[in-house]
Design a protein around this ligand. Structure first.
Ligand SMILES: [Fe+2]
Length: 605
């Protein structure tokens, strides 16, 4: 067990969630930020530009690692391989701290890639505490756990969220990332007083604060992180500063990301609020007869106060003795998973999951929602059902950008939705979701093979981007032996590890380039089968100098290169294809090799 005299690191000040649109701002000049938070999962990759960028950032700023896929509340245990990857990244960048969420995201091999809520029960608490301890032992550091927003409430929860959080943090000996926006969102959705939540936080364990925006709907709020911080959240942050003192604070924006100066201006507001309220708290503390901090009373709230230090057992036993038969954690998560994956949504799921009726306060909510009211447990649960599909379709549309553009976003989204239902994610890396979409499109559109080829090209380019680094062989590396022999022609499997070869029977490359150049897309063209006497033409995709590349190969070059991919050396392949149309004249073979050396297609070592 990890112990130290001081639970939290001293606040490094004010930071920002690092997002790709802002990379150029950070490359241009030092920004007025004390630290940055990265999304851990975006950097659990083998190599390429993302890790280089990360190392450059690390030279200029302290970094905190914030993960979204640890699934600390999963009923079936932690993914140890994932944790080892997180540990490896932490070893690489020596972060300020490592955080993830108090939630569950998947079960077994299926990942929903959402921050799903937990019931606040003894069983869930035991499971989460055990997982946090296990993760801390592996990571060799205290984990920082963040509260999530939620839209549903389990009837068999025996404690409030803040009681549960306090209990877990103290029993697991972990630290907390307090998302003030999430507290506000849940307070509106469930009808509790956010001040009670703040009052219950164990002050010595709050390592970080998130500030963010959300989307307002007539009867609920969704934690979309796509708006500026609202007045209510600023007010809650002010109260948090008075309660907690200096805590590392950052703005978390995940969508509709504005220019960096806008977020820096929001950070300035946070700085000013923190300065004013920490000073105010010091004055109040000096003036208080007991010299202690006094909870701030928010106006117009008359909800019953919940004690911060309440254990879970008493309340849970009350619920159980009332005759309810709540689902165990594994059953609940199994049912939830089935609900989210099934179309249309099962109307009986809220009862099966033991959801409470909705008791949101509806505090001044707007009435401009395009999604309609969510005023029943079924409607609230459906938020998760919709979000799952939207998120995965969005990921597919990003990974298959040219395919989506070629098909049109409406048709692509229809197909993506079908794909999501048929093939749920099986891995923690959301960026690797969609590897089977080309095969799916090939099956759905047998008369339009260009769709699958285009999708495969999108996918191969996407996956080459963060492929493992490996040096390429160049002409400068060639040192003839005494007899003039070049050793590289005897090297087995001489292709660069990032090389992938594909059959190409359509003009998908031309389609892709036209879309990329934003010019008129040519008519699709197919290679007649009868023209395949020497095999189909092919295409090669690889990464060279951090940039994914591709080019078309004629049938002979394609078959020769396939031999190399199978493990043959250049010499062996030459012997294999001697006296056939595949092996070209020595001059042409020499030109191929020169070309491959010049474009980083062969590996060094
Ligand atoms: Fe957050």
């Amino acid at each position: 067990m990890i112990r130290s005299a001081s639970l939290c690191k001293a606040s490094p000040g004010f930071g920002l969630g690092l997002r790709t649109p802002h990379y150029p701002d950070f490359q241009c000049q030092r920004q007025p930020l004390d630290w940055l938070e990265i999304i851990t999962d975006n950097f659990l990759v083998e190599g390429g530009r993302p890790l280089l960028m990360l190392e450059a950032m690390r030279r200029d700023y302290p970094l905190a690692m914030h993960g979204v896929a640890m699934s600390i509340g999963s009923a079936d245990g932690l993914d140890l391989a994932y944790l080892q990857k997180v540990k490896g990244l932490a070893h690489r960048i020596e972060p300020l701290w490592v955080s993830d969420h108090l939630c569950w995201s998947g079960l077994g091999k299926t990942m929903l890639h959402d921050l799903n809520p937990l019931p606040y029960t003894e069983e869930a608490a035991r499971r989460v505490i055990a997982h946090i301890k296990q993760a801390q032992d592996i990571l060799q550091r205290r984990l920082v756990i963040e509260n999530v927003s939620s839209y549903v409430d389990f009837a068999h929860s025996g404690a409030t969220e803040w009681e549960f959080l306090h209990h877990v943090a103290t029993q697991a000996d972990c630290l907390l990332l307090v998302d003030v926006n999430n507290i506000y969102v849940s307070s509106v959705n469930h009808g509790f007083d956010p001040q009670h939540y703040l009052d219950a936080l164990p002050r010595d364990r709050v390592q970080q604060i998130h500030l963010a925006g959300h989307s307002r709907h007539p009867t609920h709020i969704i934690d979309t992180h796509d708006h500026p911080v609202c007045e209510e959240v600023w007010a809650l942050y002010a109260a948090a500063c008075r309660r907690l003192g200096p805590v590392a604070t950052m703005i978390e924006r995940d969508d509709h990301i504005p220019p960096l100066p806008e977020l820096l201006a929001e950070m300035d507001i946070a700085r000013a609020i923190a300065k004013e309220n920490i000073a105010l708290a010091a004055v109040e503390k000096a003036a208080s007869p007991e010299g202690k901090w006094q909870p701030t009373q928010l106006p117009n709230r008359s909800l019953a106060s919940a004690p911060a230090e309440t254990g879970l057992s008493a309340v849970v036993s009350t619920v159980v003795s009332a005759g309810a038969s709540p689902p165990g954690l594994l059953q609940l998560q199994t049912d939830w998973l089935a609900y989210v994956l099934t179309d249309p949504p099962d109307a009986n799921a809220p009862a099966r999951l033991g959801l409470n009726g909705v008791s949101g306060l509806g505090l001044g909510l707007d009435s401009d929602s395009s999604q309609g009211a969510a005023d029943s447990p079924a409607e609230r649960l459906c938020i998760y059902h919709r979000a799952y599909r939207l998120r995965l379709c969005e990921v597919l549309s990003e990974s298959f950008e040219k395919t989506s553009s070629y098909m049109g976003s409406v048709l692509f989204d229809q197909e993506a939705s079908q794909f999501v239902v048929q093939q749920p994610p099986a891995g923690r890396n959301l960026g690797r979701y969609g590897s089977n979409l080309p095969a799916f499109l090939a099956q759905r559109y047998p008369d339009n093979p260009e769709l699958a080829e285009l999708a495969q090209l999108d996918w191969d380019l996407r996956t080459r981007f963060d492929w493992a680094n490996h040096p390429a062989l160049s002409a400068a590396d060639l040192a003839p032996q005494a007899n003039g022999h070049l050793a590289f022609i005897d090297m087995p499997q001489p292709l660069h590890p990032s090389v992938v070869l594909r059959d190409s029977r359509t003009n998908a490359i031309k389609l892709w380039r036209a879309i990329d150049d934003d010019v008129d897309v040519p008519e699709v063209a197919y290679l007649p089968k009868e023209d395949e006497a020497n095999g189909p033409p092919g295409l090669i995709v690889w990464r060279w100098n951090l940039q994914p590349h591709f080019m078309r190969l004629d049938p002979a070059q394609y078959r020769f290169m396939q031999s190399l991919a199978e493990g043959w050396s250049i010499n062996q392949s030459s012997e294999r294809w001697a006296d056939t149309d595949v092996l070209p004249t020595p001059e042409v073979l020499g030109a191929w090799l020169k070309d491959w050396l010049a474009q980083g297609i062969l590996r060094l070592g």
